[in-house]
Design a binder for this molecule. Structure first.
Ligand code: ZN
Length: 229
């Protein structure tokens, strides 16, 4: 037993174990219930679990789009590489917002103090049936936690539209900075609504309530999405 790994395995083996000489050896992944390897169980074993944030379900809900939620998650943690942070790191001097040309770029400015983004978000939010002024991203999360707790289309839409708005605003900002390609507010809103609508077509178990029927028709989708019972 020259190999340390073999000595280690032997040392950790139950001395009362009686090998079954007629059966083949098999490899078992002990971290999963069925003994099969999975990326999920490996990741769970490797990662360090932090405390769950109170807004977890507003971002990582059943209907979330991973790339939207990821950017929204970074935005809520204040971890996007906004110009105010880049200036602290000595990487830029100019912090002017490329979306409105008037403000200084930070998380709170982009989501949604900026005139460009606040108008966008108000229009998108109205499409969810909520005609309300735009608020700071975290305030929107707080509001959503109170008013969008159920599985109704309106609640699903609010969560998805908020994530999509953060994602496409960040994408528009990056496009203007890195590719010198910009779109007007109407185009950005249209893109957000088109992408959210596309994701809605996969929804199931939507109850046939009057509000849900109105929203389905408002978004130009088929009432076939609604449950028949
Ligand atoms: Zn701005």
């Amino acid at each position: 037993m020259r190999l340390p790994i073999v000595r280690e395995i032997v040392a950790s083996t139950d001395p009362n174990l009686t090998p079954h000489v007629e059966r083949e050896d098999t490899v078992t992944w002990t971290l999963s219930a069925n003994g099969s390897f999975s990326i999920r169980t490996a990741w769970q074993a490797l990662r360090t679990n932090g405390p769950e944030v109170f807004w977890f379900n507003m971002v990582w809900h059943r209907w979330h789009i991973p790339r939207w939620s990821f950017i929204q998650w970074l935005a809520l943690l204040g971890r996007l590489a906004t110009k105010d942070r880049l200036r602290v790191w000595g990487l830029v001097n100019d912090t002017s917002c490329v979306l409105c040309q008037g403000g200084s770029e930070s998380h709170s400015h982009l989501f949604f103090d900026c005139p460009f983004t606040s108008i966008n978000w108000e229009v998108v939010k109205a499409k969810c049936g909520f005609v309300l002024p735009s608020r700071d991203l975290m305030d929107e999360i707080h509001w959503g936690l109170i008013h969008c707790k159920d599985c109704s289309i309106q609640s699903r839409l609010f969560k998805l539209c908020l994530a999509a708005s953060v994602y496409y605003i960040w994408k528009e900002r990056n496009g203007r900075i890195f590719q010198q390609i910009g779109h007007d507010s109407t185009s950005v809103v249209r893109l957000i609504l088109e992408e959210v609508k596309a994701s809605m077509t996969s929804w199931r178990h939507v109850s046939r309530s009057a509000t849900n029927i109105c929203l389905i028709l408002e978004w130009g989708l088929s009432v076939d999405l609604l449950c028949t019972v």
